[in-house]
Design a protein. Structure first.
Length: 83
């Protein structure tokens, strides 16, 4: 049992932490490039923290806020187009 826990811990350190860090860096860089934030006052650093601490949920929330059909900036662009 103790060997299993050591293997699990090493796997966590070697695989999951670098993956979380790389996805979080991607989210941070993408959030920095954006001019309009989905929620006012949501800084790229906050998106980095959310995506690192909750990687799957954080990435999904980031996608919904910025890239899905629910994104605020897409709605604004469509309204400007029709006006």
């Amino acid at each position: 049992m103790e060997l299993f826990l050591h293997i699990l811990w090493i796997t966590w350190i070697v695989v999951f932490i670098p993956t979380h860090l790389s996805l979080s860096i991607f989210v941070y860089q993408d959030a920095q490039r954006r001019q309009v934030f989905a929620l006012r006052g949501t800084s790229p650093v906050l998106w980095f923290c959310v995506s690192f601490s909750l990687p799957i949920i954080g990435m999904f929330v980031y996608w919904v806020m910025h890239y899905s059909s629910l994104a605020v900036w897409k709605t604004v662009q469509k309204q400007d187009y029709y006006d």
